[in-house]
Design a protein around this ligand. Structure first.
Ligand SMILES: Cc1cc2nc3c(=O)[nH]c(=O)nc-3n(C[C@H](O)[C@H](O)[C@H](O)COP(=O)(O)O)c2cc1C
Length: 209
């Protein structure tokens, strides 16, 4: 059975559980801790926040969700960055509706973040900087000649061509997620803590967990 319990009543502290974070009862510190976890998610491939679930809305109005690697975090500017293929379904979706959501959960600290975001495809110097920072192995993904998600008869039909895809750059796109809201949930034996930070309104509030 999972050791993660979601019960709104404070529970007796169990020995061996993680120590309570100093931000436990501090709204601003909880927000700052959330951003520090996002920053770590970019740098630490083993961090739970390295691979969040990113949701967009399809043309038919249904939500759809997938795992993406967190590539950038600018805490001051309140935005994140992902990399993907221009031909992927998510790009058509975010072009039609730039609103989305991103979900993170770290089982070590028992912290969940739910972000409300607005996506933007990067161009110009931001695009160039992101492409220059990609490694050869990452570039290979974008050298596939058929669009991601295209039906094929056999897996062997997939073709990669560095020359016709400009080393992959022809299909690479960095996407910025402007974080509009952050919902914080911190599961703790002595009582959970939940809060909402709205960066568009510059407001913050505790919520009933
Ligand atoms: C651990 C993991 C990391 C992934 N990282 C990325 C990524 O950074 N960019 C990306 O486009 N797809 C990534 N994918 C694949 C996506 O989850 C998804 O299958 C693909 O992008 C197609 O999504 P779409 O059809 O909704 O556009 C990753 C998948 C996994 C399991």
């Amino acid at each position: 059975m999972s050791d993660i319990e979601f019960d709104q009543k404070p529970q007796k502290s169990k020995s061996g559980g993680p120590p309570i974070l100093s931000c436990y009862d501090d709204l601003a510190a909880s927000c700052a801790y959330g951003w520090s976890m996002l920053e770590r998610g970019v740098k630490d491939r083993k961090a739970a926040f390295h691979t969040p679930s990113v949701a967009t809305i399809t043309a038919s109005g249904s939500p759809t969700i997938r795992t993406l690697v967190l590539r950038g975090c600018d805490t001051k500017a309140r935005h994140l960055r992902f990399h993907t293929d221009t031909r992927s379904g998510k790009i058509a979706e975010l072009q039609a509706n730039p609103k989305g959501a991103i979900h993170f959960y770290d089982a070590g600290t028992k912290i969940q973040l739910r972000l409300g975001v607005r996506f933007e495809m990067l161009r110009g110097p931001d695009y160039d900087a992101a492409w220059q920072a990609t490694r050869p192995m990452s570039r290979e993904c974008y050298q596939v000649t058929q669009g991601p998600g295209s039906p094929i008869d056999t897996p062997q039909e997939v073709r990669f061509d560095a020359a016709t895809t400009q080393d992959g750059e022809a299909h690479f796109v960095p996407v910025r997620a402007h974080v509009e809201t952050m919902e914080w949930l911190y599961l703790a034996a002595r009582g959970h803590r939940r809060a909402l930070f709205d960066f568009t309104q510059d407001t913050q509030s505790w919520l009933v967990p």
